[in-house]
Design a protein around this ligand. Structure first.
Ligand SMILES: Cc1cc2nc3c(=O)[nH]c(=O)nc-3n(C[C@H](O)[C@H](O)[C@H](O)COP(=O)(O)O)c2cc1C
Length: 413
């Protein structure tokens, strides 16, 4: 998963109250506190007294560079923070790991410890990541309390199946810290400059089947599309990713898995009426085998001919579904090995795009699997911007800056 550009990361400068409870997984909260802090959040750790028996508060203090709260009757004297001040100041409350006991207390609104008072005093959204032994997790009491919290607006990051501290294997292991941090980012992205926008991003190279085991494809990794989707998510958009890669997207992004160009076309067209922006970062095959053999083709003879036919021109088709003002903003990508800018300009005009991102794929080392990209963006009025070699997430943010500017200039619907 990519990390957001520092200045655009929804965690930067935000106050996160991190509740840590008495689970054996409490040590993993150190990694959560560390990641949140590294990404620019101000993290106030609130521990239950039982959590302090499993992990030293000093570990959190050393990582967050901020005082850690666990005894509300000691707070005023020691750190000048009161029992509700962390809750008042928080932009987000994360409880990870959450024990069965603390889940019950939060559902009931009990306030006999610092976490309880913080949770009641805050108006910030809440994220809770349970961790416990399987039967405790599956118990109707635990599930009932979580249902109460969900109904109250909490986001629950469910535990995974796997090895548990008891030595057994089953459901109840804390979700990975990076997943919990990513969900925190998603929750903090609400209110960003793309809030209220519905966007579709396509990603990856299409796979055009030859027979049940072989296909024709290209070198696209999908990384640029995933970065475009993540950047839009981090700026508050509602994002659907139509992808051929099968990879898990960042939190909060809906995926539609497709393989072939025809299926990608169907997915794009089905959603087109509902969206504000389409970013076609996928590398769609131009040609696909005319016939798909029902069984694996056997080796025979010294050569073989594969007959291909044109695939649907997705961009051309959707660009024709309405004129500017009646259709979403459309961003295309052009991957070229020669005459990059001329070819991209021609594609921009031919497909009536609002923006095209031109990639020189002849660069040494190639851009496909890389985390960095050097692109030229060409606007609908023909003006262009050459970006230096940048991480793909930064290219993605530059793309969204241009989309916003185009929208403000009256393009799109
Ligand atoms: C070593 C140890 C590990 C524990 N791990 C968990 C756990 O992973 N999940 C859980 O719900 N309870 C666990 N417990 C039980 C809780 O610590 C206990 O219910 C405690 O009262 C929770 O308090 P708190 O929720 O206020 O932190 C564990 C207890 C011990 C001694």
């Amino acid at each position: 998963m990519t990390d957001s550009a520092p200045g655009r990361n929804p965690l930067r400068g935000r106050r996160v109250a991190l509740g840590v409870t008495g689970s054996i997984a409490a040590y993993k909260a150190v990694a959560i506190a560390s990641s949140l802090t590294q990404q620019g959040a101000l993290v106030d750790v609130v521990m239950t007294p039982e959590a302090t028996r499993l992990v030293q508060p000093l570990s959190f203090q050393a990582i967050t560079h901020r005082p850690v709260a666990w005894d509300m009757f000691e707070l005023l004297a020691a750190t000048e923070i009161g029992h509700v001040s962390i809750g008042h100041g928080a932009d987000l409350l994360v409880v990870a790991p959450a024990t069965a006991h603390s889940i019950a207390k939060l559902a009931l609104g009990l306030a006999d410890d610092m976490l309880g008072t913080t949770a009641l005093a805050t108006l910030a959204p809440g994220l809770i990541a349970p961790a416990m032994e399987t039967n405790m997790w599956l118990h109707p009491a635990t599930q009932g309390h979580l249902a109460t919290l969900r109904a109250r607006g909490w986001t629950v990051v469910e535990p995974e199946s796997g090895h548990l501290a008891s030595g057994a294997s089953g459901e109840g292991r804390l979700a990975p810290p990076e997943m919990i941090v990513d969900v925190a980012k998603h929750l903090l992205a609400q209110g960003g400059d793309l809030s209220g926008w519905r966007v579709i991003v396509t990603a990856g190279g299409t796979r055009e089947p030859i027979d049940p085991v072989r296909y024709v494809s290209n070198r696209s990794s999908g990384k640029m599309g995933y970065a475009a989707a993540e950047a839009a998510r981090d700026r508050g958009a509602v994002v659907t990713l139509i992808t051929t890669t099968g990879q898990q997207p960042p939190a909060g992004i809906t995926t539609v898995d497709v393989e072939q160009a025809t299926k990608m076309r169907d997915a794009v067209v089905a959603a087109f009426a509902e969206i504000d922006v389409l970013v076609m970062a996928a590398a769609v095959a131009d040609y696909a085998p005319i016939e798909i053999a029902p069984d694996k083709i056997k080796k025979s003879g010294s050569s073989m001919l594969l007959e291909l036919a044109l695939t649907p021109d997705i961009l051309g088709e959707v660009a024709g579904l309405g004129s500017n003002g009646q259709r979403p903003l459309i961003v295309g990508f052009a991957a070229e090995t020669e005459n990059l800018v001329e070819n991209a300009r021609a594609k921009l005009a031919r497909k009536r795009l609002d923006l095209i991102v031109a990639n020189d794929v002849s660069q040494p080392g190639g851009v496909f699997a890389s985390d960095a990209n050097k692109v030229t963006m060409i606007r609908s009025d023909g003006t262009s911007i050459d970006l230096p070699l940048l991480p793909k997430i930064d290219v993605a943010h530059a793309l969204w800056d241009e989309v916003l500017a185009a929208r403000r200039a009256g393009r799109g619907r």
